[in-house]
Design a protein around this ligand. Structure first.
Ligand code: DMJ
Length: 615
């Protein structure tokens, strides 16, 4: 009733008590209203997206490169604590709403019209997927003759790796043909939401490895499947990054090796289907795209609706080739615009944060990583320069500037003498290195070619040190295969301390670094380490139905994850094969490996259709 709150506020004075009563009533109503408003905000921002619930991807949506959740309190704790996260997001939503409201209505209207006009302009220039392609003289590929290594011991090892490929392929064919990946224990198909309803990831990812290993019949059956079944008209959301590196990359590579038109046609057709991902105010593409509707969005977990550096920064090589093969500059323009946006932004301490908001064109959270969420962005800067026949000087400058900042702020040496690359969380270092980060050894060594003479040796040595650290991460496990992430704190070095970081999913990065180090130094230890990995894969990952990942590499018994990842055939086995081949198979001066180990030839300066110039 009306008496109680008034008595509490107004003491004994009757008139004042009544006024206070009305006031407090208003106050209580206000409280109820704001609680209700908070709940609504909570519902808008934190209830799961119903489209995901329907497609059943809610619990599988993390991209291959997303680091596992960090349960520790400390620097990362704010993001982990659900209440803190709710508060943070709520405040951000209010800030954004306020920003918009502060604009005069004409300005808001102008912004909307400008965005719409830009999108419409883009759409008009986008080719129809079924458009014909210009005739192109196919240049025979360099360095694909499959000669036996001169040393019989090496030849024997190489033959063993080809046999591993056959085992992986035959079982995929037997139990999961046409589906994305194989479940080697349950012997069936495995599908990942990363590819939406696109099918056949293993077939497309394996194409060039089959070709290089001389598995001609298998290559032919893969080609036939692609001709008849590979279909991109799917009404489902895909990861633009994953589809680009595996499908576009795999098809381009197969074309450049075999000259078969079907691969060029399919690659360009898919490239066109990916173009709507760039329909954002800044031109920084969405992470996720519905291939049918052309509607894009970002991962719901990514800082304030941001796109991810390693995702939008890993389109460049493939898109430059799409322009080259289609004669349409639109693909190259899209990725060059990403550069323009990046070059306009101020970088904290010269570092590139992992998150960039495609609407505002501004950085999200200041987290920096050479592993998950950042990695292949740096790789593609270096390779863009190499692939342009060393003419893309802007990419070269961006690469070396970034590496310099990484060396200053992220690279450290442990007390035991192991060099590692830590993660940067807004200025605080997390002394953890991911398996994914291990690719950087090869990248530093490959980059030595472009460094000033005084630094070339330094980069080669840095590559060697990272290779040694990553080898240690393998050597300090029971299975002799490396964990997903390892730490340099709490008294350990190169060891995983958290249960959710102890798994190995047949990843290639450590072997990839051995491959570059072998090619660039010919130090026999890299072949020795690669062979240790082959033996470990054979002892612990090989099963009757193919190859499986492991849930804990520190245990004495195998606990299989029951997935044969498509990158095991695209990358892990290809890099192993190259380590035991002579250098004239796929010489590094002629071929660039995309981040899924697919082969793209250097675009010779005199033959290029799309010119890339320093701004
Ligand atoms: C692959 O898809 C690629 O190597 C990508 O760059 C990272 N993740 C996997 C392998 O670990």
């Amino acid at each position: 009733g009306p008496g109680a709150p008034g008595a509490g506020l107004g003491g004994g004075r009757k008139g004042a008590g009544a006024a206070a009563f009305r006031l407090s009533e208003k106050f209580a109503l206000l409280l109820v209203f704001s609680a209700f408003a908070t709940l609504c905000f909570g519902a808008i921002f934190f209830l799961p997206d119903p489209s995901k619930l329907l497609s059943g991807v809610l619990f599988h949506a993390a991209p291959a490169r997303a680091p596992p959740a960090d349960p520790r309190p400390g620097p990362g704790a704010r993001a982990q604590d659900p209440l803190a996260r709710i508060r943070e997001n709520h405040e951000r939503a209010l800030r954004e709403a306020k920003d918009t409201l502060q604009k005069p209505p004409e300005e808001i209207q102008r912004d909307i019209l400008r965005d719409k006009a830009e999108v419409a302009r883009d759409q008009q220039r986008e080719p129809e997927p079924e458009h014909g392609l210009p005739a192109l003289d196919f240049a025979p590929p360099v360095g694909v003759e499959n000669r036996e290594p001169a040393d019989p011991a090496v030849a024997e090892k190489r033959a063993k790796i080809a046999e591993m490929m056959k085992h992986a392929w035959d079982n995929y064919k037997l139990y999961a043909w046409g589906l994305n990946e194989l479940k080697p224990i349950s012997r069936g198909g495995h599908s990942s939401s990363l590819f939406g309803n696109i099918k056949g990831a293993t077939i497309v990812d394996a194409l060039d490895t089959l070709f290089i290993m001389g598995m001609k019949d298998e290559f032919q059956e893969a080609k036939l499947w692609i001709e008849k079944n590979l279909d991109f008209n799917v009404n489902a959301e895909i990861s633009v990054f994953e589809v680009n590196i595996r499908f576009v990359g795999g098809l381009l590579s197969a074309y450049y090796l075999s000259g078969e038109e079907i691969f060029r046609k399919k690659a360009v057709e898919l490239g066109v289907k990916l173009l709507p991902a760039f329909h954002t105010p800044s031109g920084i593409p969405w992470a996720l795209l519905n291939m049918k509707s052309g509607i894009g969005r970002n991962w719901p977990w990514a800082s304030g609706g941001s796109s991810i550096l390693a995702e939008f920064g890993t389109l460049h090589l493939e898109f430059m080739h799409l322009s080259h093969l289609s004669g349409n500059p639109i693909f190259a323009e899209k990725v060059m615009n990403i550069r323009t946006v990046l070059n306009k932004l101020k970088k904290p301490k010269g570092l590139y944060p992992n998150y960039l908001n495609p609407s505002s064109g501004q950085w999200g959270q200041h987290h920096v990583s050479v592993g998950g969420l950042g990695d292949s962005f740096y790789e593609y800067l270096l390779k863009a320069w190499l692939m342009s026949d060393e003419t893309d000087l802007e990419a070269k400058r961006m690469y070396f500037d970034a590496v310099q900042a990484i060396e200053t702020h992220l690279i450290r040496k442990s007390s035991g003498g192991l060099t590692y690359i830590a993660e940067w969380k807004g200025g605080l270092l997390e002394h953890k290195m991911g398996h994914l980060t291990c690719f950087a050894g090869g990248m530093f060594a490959l980059g030595a070619r472009g460094a000033p003479e005084a630094l070339a040796q330094h980069y080669l040595e840095l590559g060697a040190e990272i290779a040694r650290t990553c080898h240690e991460s393998y050597n300090r496990t029971f299975m002799k295969l490396g964990p997903e992430a390892f730490r340099f704190d709490g008294g350990v070095e190169a060891i995983a301390t958290r249960q959710n970081e102890k798994y190995y999913i047949l990843r290639p990065e450590v072997i990839e670094t051995y491959m570059y180090m072998w090619r660039l130094t010919h130090n026999p230890k890299y072949r020795k380490w690669a062979w240790e990995a082959v033996e470990a894969l054979e002892s612990h990952c090989r099963v009757t139905g193919g190859y499986s990942g492991l849930r804990d590499v520190y245990l004495a018994h195998e606990n299989y994850d029951d997935v044969q990842q498509s990158f095991f055939l695209a990358e892990t086995l290809k890099y192993l094969y190259l380590i035991f081949s002579d250098d004239d198979l796929l010489p590094l001066e002629h071929w660039i490996f995309n981040t899924e180990a697919h082969l793209l030839p250097v675009l010779r300066a005199d033959k290029k259709e799309v010119e890339v110039k320093e701004k």
